[in-house]
Every structure is written in C-alpha cells, then in structure tokens.
Design a protein around this ligand. Structure first.
Ligand SMILES: NC(=O)c1ccc[n+]([C@@H]2O[C@H](COP(=O)([O-])OP(=O)(O)OC[C@H]3O[C@@H](n4cnc5c(N)ncnc54)[C@H](OP(=O)(O)O)[C@@H]3O)[C@@H](O)[C@H]2O)c1
Length: 322
C-alpha cells in the first residue's frame, strides 16, 4: 500500500531519456542504492555500481537485463581509503564523463564497541562519510568536465537528534578515542557530516556548475541494520511489517525518490547544497515530520557553514589529500 505521506519524484523526471549519461551509485546492490540504480538504467544511463561485494552486485544486475541503459560493477569498499582510490583510478581509466555521483552506501556499527578500519577510522564514520568524501574529492575534475553534473550524499533523519541533544561532528575526536563510544551517536555524527559536506561543496563548486544535495531517504524496508545480533534480527523481522502497515516505513523504491529527485529533476538544481528529506515519524521536531524537497534541517550544527569548512579541512588531511 502506497504511503499517503510519501513525497514523490514527479513522473516527467522519472520518464526523461538520460541515454549517454554516466552515473556512479555506491552501495548499488541493495535497498535504496539498488532502486536508484535500476531507475537510472531504466531511463537509459550507464551506471557504475560501486559495491564492496562484487558477487552481490553481479547477482542483482540480472534484473536489469531488459532495461534500456547499461551497467557495470566495480569493487569499492568505502571503509578502505586504498579501495576508494583504486575504484576512482579504474573509473577514470574507463570513463571520461560523470553526470551524477550518488554517495548512497552507509552502515551503522551494530555493536556498542568501536571498530576501527585499517586506516584507523571508526567504521561507521569511515564507511558512511570518509570513503565518500575521498571519492567525491577525487572525482571533482571529471564532474567539472561533465558539468552540469550532480552529487548526492545520503544522510538520515537520525542526524537531527532531538531539541535537547543535537548531534554534532566532534572535530577534536573524529576517531572516537577520547569519548565513551556510542554506535548510534557515531551514525548521527556521520550523517551530520554528510549534510555539512553537501552544503560546503555546493559553495565551492558553484562556479563549475556542479550541484550537490544531502538526503534523508525515508524509513526504508531495506537490509539496513541487518548486521546486529540474533535478538536485533528477530526484532526487526517482527517490526518491519508492523511499521509498513502503520505507514511509518517505506519500500526501498519509495525511499529512492529523494535521491532520484536530486539526481534528475530540474527543480532540485535551484537548491544546491540543501537537505532533501522524505517524510518521517522519527523527527523529534513536529514541524519536520512531513519532510520536504528541500527542507531546513532542525539541527543547527548541520547548517553551520563554518563548522562544515573546518570538517572539510580536517577530512582532507585525514584522508591524505593534504
Ligand atoms: N533504511 C533506512 O531506513 C535509512 C534511513 C535513513 C538513512 N538511510 C541511509 O540510506 C543509505 C542506503 O541504505 P539502505 O537503507 O538502502 O540500506 P542497505 O540495504 O543496507 O544498503 C546499504 C548499502 O551500503 C553498502 N555498504 C555498507 N558498508 C559499505 C562499505 N564499507 N563499502 C561499500 N559499500 C558499503 C551495503 O553493501 P553490502 O550489501 O555489501 O552490505 C549496501 O549495498 C545509507 O546511507 C543509510 O545510512 C537509510
């Protein structure tokens, strides 16, 4: 049953011919990324699917065989800077244009103990933010060459926190070495960083005719959060159909609407750097629950340009760009 609160991407946008255009979608094998990829291929694009598990990517592309466009799977583990660099090198060797980059992949560490990547980053921040940050910065030249081009990064309603406790990026402890670890706070911070990055980048690349967006996709009935223990898995299996019945959650196709709107619509180009949110009962601020394409984040830290610029400076150093 369609959710009456859903904000949809309009039919004209979802039927325009995008043959000849090239997109990258990270986490393209599952959930929101899969639906985003499928729609882009359906409309004629070539999509490079950046998947950490190539086999999973190759399995899902079987459902694309009758579609107008084309696709390929290239390995990319966003939690590894080396893997991101290798992915970008392979992409640039094969392609001379990039019309849209969808920084879609994301995860939350389901254990309340920090896990560190081989680069020394906390895993949620690494996979959800630092990997995408490095990928985007390395692809800026090709995005500029292909302009007008677009970049969208997935945030989450979680980034908003609540009026008493807004998540913010702790630049003095991005690696969670000084604070008591909280896995959901780590996710919240990574998603604040994503909103800030889209905002900062929009200003930096305005002259180059690249537009950027951050997105809350909705409460997707995807594979998200599947890495928990048995109790969590059983709980989610029970709750998913209940939330769907109550119209709280959305299918992955419904949750791809905001990304598709940002990547394809004419309207979104007027709002570069902004936050686009699907409806969500999970906003603690009542006025935000209906979402908006775009809307203002209720979290002042997410809208803080000075903090965003500092984040970019520190991130460039941490990922080895400075
Ligand atoms: N589901 C929701 O309700 C919800 C709400 C707000 C925001 N979001 C955001 O929406 C985005 C898409 O999530 P989803 O709901 O579609 O979840 P999903 O079905 O779990 O898909 C997540 C994708 O990210 C990939 N991924 C995770 N870690 C990765 C890494 N280190 N390197 C490369 N790829 C990695 C996964 O690959 P594997 O298949 O190999 O694990 C998968 O393809 C995420 O950024 C998430 O934070 C989701």
């Amino acid at each position: 049953m369609a959710n009456k609160n859903l904000i949809k991407c309009d039919a004209t946008t979802l039927s325009k011919d995008i043959s000849g255009k090239t997109y990258i979608v990270t986490g393209a094998n599952s959930g929101v990324g899969y639906e985003t990829t499928k729609q882009l291929v359906k409309q004629g694009a070539h999509v490079v699917m950046a998947c950490r598990n190539v086999e999973k990517g190759e399995t899902v592309v079987k459902s694309f065989s009758d579609l107008k466009g084309s696709y390929e799977v290239i390995k990319c583990d966003l939690a590894s800077l080396e893997s991101v660099r290798t992915f970008v090198t392979l992409f640039i060797e094969k392609h001379n244009r990039l019309d849209g980059l969808a920084c879609n992949a994301g995860m939350v560490n389901m254990n309340n103990k920090p896990q560190y990547t081989k680069d020394g980053f906390e895993i949620t921040m690494a996979a959800s933010f630092f990997g995408h940050f490095l990928m985007t910065e390395l692809l800026l030249d090709v995005l500029k060459k292909s302009a007008p081009s677009r970049m969208v990064i997935l945030s989450s309603v979680v980034h908003a926190g609540n009026p008493k406790n807004r998540y913010q990026v702790h630049l003095d402890d991005l690696l969670w070495k000084k604070r008591k670890y909280n896995n959901f706070a780590a996710y919240g911070e990574a998603k604040v960083a994503s909103v800030q990055y889209a905002m900062e980048l929009a200003e930096r690349v305005k002259k180059d005719k690249i537009t950027t967006y951050s997105v809350h996709p909705g409460w997707a009935r995807s594979n998200f959060g599947g890495g928990g223990n048995v109790v969590m898995k059983v709980l989610m299996a029970i709750l998913k159909p209940i939330f769907a019945g109550l119209n709280f959650s959305d299918s992955s196709w419904e949750s791809a609407q905001a990304s598709l709107h940002c990547l394809l619509s004419e309207e979104s180009t007027k709002h570069s750097g902004k936050y686009f949110s699907q409806h969500s009962v999970l906003y603690q601020d009542k006025e935000c629950k209906k979402g908006g394409f775009p809307m203002t984040s209720p979290n002042p830290h997410a809208n803080d340009m000075e903090a965003a610029k500092k984040l970019v400076k520190v991130s460039r150093e941490l990922v080895g760009l400075e």
